[in-house]
Design a protein around this ligand. Sequence first.
Ligand code: SAT
Ligand code: MN
Length: 602
Amino acid sequence: MESFSKVAILRPYQSSTFYAGSMTTRLKALSNWVNDIAELTKPDQIHWCTGTSEEYDTFVQEMLGGGDLLELNQDNYPDCYLHRSDPKDVARVEHLTYVCSENEIDSGPNNNWMPPTKAKEMMMGFFSGCMQGRTMYVIPYCMGPMGSSYSRYGVEITDSTYVAANMYLMTRMGNEALSNIEETGSFIKGLHSIGELDPDRRYIMHFPEELSIMSYGSGYGGNALLGKKCHALRIASYQAQTEGWLAEHMLIVGIENPEGEIHYLACAFPSQCGKTNLAMLIPPESHKGWKVWTLGDDIAWMHLDNEGQLRAINPEAGLFGVVPGTNRKTNPNAYDAISSKTIFTNVAVTADNEPWWEDKETGQPVTDWQGRPYTSENGDAAHPNSRFTVSAQNNPGYSSLAEAAEGVPITALVFGGRRRGLAPLVYQAKDWAHGVLVGASVASETTAAATGEVGIVRRDPMAMKPFCGYNFADYWEHWLSFEKRSEKLPKIFHVNWFRRDKNDRFLWPGFGENLRVLRWIIDRCEGRVEADSLPIGFLPKVESIDVSGLDVSPDVLAQLLAVDTKEWHEEMLQIGEYLESYGDRLPERLKTEHQTILEALT
Ligand code: SAT
Ligand code: MN
């Protein structure tokens, strides 16, 4: 087989005839697609990303030259840079995000829908000539450990150097991914342009049946780094349904006890409920000998192995985390990880040219996230959804198994939400089908990670509301189908770190202390601890949660674990109404589960 050079190729784009004569891939489907897109978007030049660190350095230099990146204090923050986005482009745009299945019903009431032909026509109009004067980057990438049978490939075409640099940190991109794509011939097509960054010409379109994505008009993470939410969740969830696995909005964490026993948990919380903090948890002083290993902080792909064990990989290779609130106490590993080789987006800057954000607990901002002089009347210095992008390798707690092709065995699945009332600190679903209902019933108060109002309780099943690439009713059916496929499925739990007292104060200290709750979860899975059986699930006995050394009285713990039957009855009625909105497609099994619990609460 003829081999082609895979070095970065920068050359003037002239015409498709010129381009076709000098392809950089032997895979026809890929070269044809790249050609067609170049024809359409008319870039000045095309750059095939190789994924080397030298290449990353050239991206950085180019952005520094063009003002897209600002150098931060290199003595204290080596290789750290600041990107300021357009002030109107700082979060995901769920109202402009569509799942364009052939049939509307397949995308479900949980998604915006447009007929694929109409969506493509509109997008082609936007993309037409949009890369003139720009470089078109072709980014072959692998989601998951390179070469793992659980991994999947994609190619993103973008005109944003910021996106190319972020993809380098967030995915396994470049030559090796390209070789594997050429080998297997299969990849997800992601086309992206920042366009004019005009909110009126901004759409994030998914075509699950064609395994393709088109995103226009935004440079923000979840809208633009197509490997992340677009591929690894929306398209992958659809793919997973057809192939019998799960693509979930879950962190993956390993908990090691002093005896060296490690359990892996996968946990789904809506954005900004502390997923990154939990994934990077540091055991509190009181827990000598315990260790916590991070495998992933956002996305888990899970497959049943031949023995019926659910195994998880993290498709990502980096962290794209919320910066504000990160400090030595709340998340020391993240704080450490982002002190070098990090791209900050929309943070403030100190007089010493160091990055600054709310609750950093050191330094003072002089310039806000928009580059304006900062005074305390200005409100937030760093944007509440300001982000860090950093390689997962920078995290001192990164698990060596995060690179393992076979992934890690999952002991428990944990759902959670941000609820000031109602939901106890922790409870366990009675069985798998009940667990699916618990997941489907997740609700949370909204935060700044998506544009829109903050603080409203909304249903966010499995924390997948913005990310499920098909009809939720079919998705629940898919989840339920696992019941028959294995006898060794993980146990399912629900947690709420955010319950408050009547003075609106948090009842639970959270952060590292959450380990105490994870211990109860693991003990339940190992059959080491008794629980109380209530209609909503198994609740810990007050004495089973270790609060030694904590300022949590038995009375407070009782409040944390309290289940108000009347409130729960009301909640179950609302959940019922929500589920009914999925109409005929709603699985009977889920209806029965719901009915059983509702009756038990009456
Ligand atoms: O969607 S992003 O990846 O940009 C961040 C998030 O909301 O989880
Ligand atoms: Mn997320």
